[in-house]
Ligand binder design. Structure first.
Ligand SMILES: Nc1ncnc2c1ncn2[C@@H]1O[C@H](COP(=O)(O)OP(=O)(O)O)[C@@H](O)[C@H]1O
Ligand SMILES: [Mg+2]
Length: 324
């Protein structure tokens, strides 16, 4: 096959914190690894995109080339990820991963939660503050996050609040730094699972992964913060190992898989995605759904695929085969 590996070139961030750039640049790592994995069996071109997919695609014939879509936005605008996928479709290219609508729903955590609630999939209680003055009555402790970011942007120890004063100050901080509405969610103390799924229509669940927080006796410090995901110089990075396959008793594992599959279908995912959850009293609560999650070699999705017997190259080939 002829495959174009498209990824977004992020050179700067225009909001949030300067350190947020590291996570955005991770996509270039994924693009190189995917291109290498495809090279033995396909003709491959790796293409960085700035703002206009149509410009870089102009010289390629949509009837001959398939796009491996790693675009997590356009330029430094992560909010344009749905537009990026939509542009591929409009130009007539078959592409891997999710349709624009699923990406748009999942970019907005509140919109995702409304869709989940409408089909009775459990998700933590929440409220959205469109501006800092909004009265919030979510029970405490709560966690405060930007409504439409990923990669744990804006999530550090200060994100978990235990008093109304802390809550107010944190909402104000997130609103100012990330320039968007703020999601306040009840904090679910309990185990955390990531579920990787793939497929068009009814998805297949890969082996469950669990984040091991046993190094943190304080349950309120048990979060997968920005430092835990992206900053090797911080202790959290090393103290939040993931076990995959997770050690979960079969009834709970079955419930987790069922909820993850329903969530995937509820928002119209296709290709591949990862569902993040917390469990309390045997009930899995969906925190968010990540369409086209990170597939860099050391990321969670490839780890789950490997636990199911797919090495990196086989994983990449399978994602390509699901392109529509
Ligand atoms: N309601 C919650 N209760 C407990 N922990 C949470 C909750 N929401 C988020 N977290 C913690 O914060 C991390 C990041 O939140 P998440 O909603 O997955 O956003 P992101 O898109 O940044 O990954 C989660 O992996 C989890 O550790
Ligand atoms: Mg997450």
């Amino acid at each position: 096959m002829k495959v174009l590996v498209l990824y977004n070139n992020v050179l700067s961030v225009d909001k949030g914190e300067a350190r947020d750039l590291v996570s955005a640049q991770g996509v270039a790592v994924a693009a190189r690894a995917v291109a290498e994995a495809l090279r033995p069996n396909h003709e491959v071109v790796c293409l960085p995109v700035d703002y206009e997919p149509s410009e870089v695609l102009a010289e390629y014939d949509a009837r001959e080339w398939v796009v491996f879509n790693l675009l997590e936005g356009l330029g430094n605008r992560a909010d344009l990820e749905p537009e990026a996928a939509a542009a591929l479709g409009k130009l007539g290219f078959r592409h891997t991963g999710n349709p624009p609508r699923a990406i748009a729903i999942c970019l907005d955590k509140a919109r995702t939660k409304r869709m989940l609630e409408s089909v009775n999939i459990p998700t933590p209680r929440y409220q959205v503050a469109d501006e800092p003055a909004v009265h919030i009555d979510v029970p405490l402790p709560a966690i405060v996050k930007p409504v439409a970011e990923d990669a744990s942007l804006g999530i550090d120890d200060g994100a978990v609040v235990t008093s109304r004063d802390e809550l107010g100050a944190r909402v104000e901080y997130v609103w100012r730094a990330y320039r968007q509405p703020v999601l306040v969610e009840e904090f679910i103390e309990g185990r955390e699972f990531n579920v990787a799924l793939w497929g068009n229509g009814t998805p297949e669940c890969l082996p469950l992964a669990e984040i091991d927080y046993s190094a943190f006796p304080d349950p309120l410090r048990r979060i997968c913060s920005y430092a835990a995901k992206w900053e090797p110089e911080r202790e959290e990075y090393h103290l939040t190992p993931v076990s995959c396959p997770a050690d979960v008793d079969p009834p709970l594992a079955g419930r987790i898989r069922g909820v993850a599959m329903s969530a995937y279908e509820a928002v119209g995912c296709r290709g591949y995605a990862r569902v993040d959850m917390r469990e309390r009293d045997g009930e899995p609560y969906v925190l968010e759904i990540n369409p086209n999650p990170d597939i860099s070699p050391d990321a969670g999705f490839p780890r789950a695929a490997l636990a199911a017997g797919y090495d990196y190259q086989q994983m990449v080939e399978r994602i390509l085969s699901l392109a529509v």
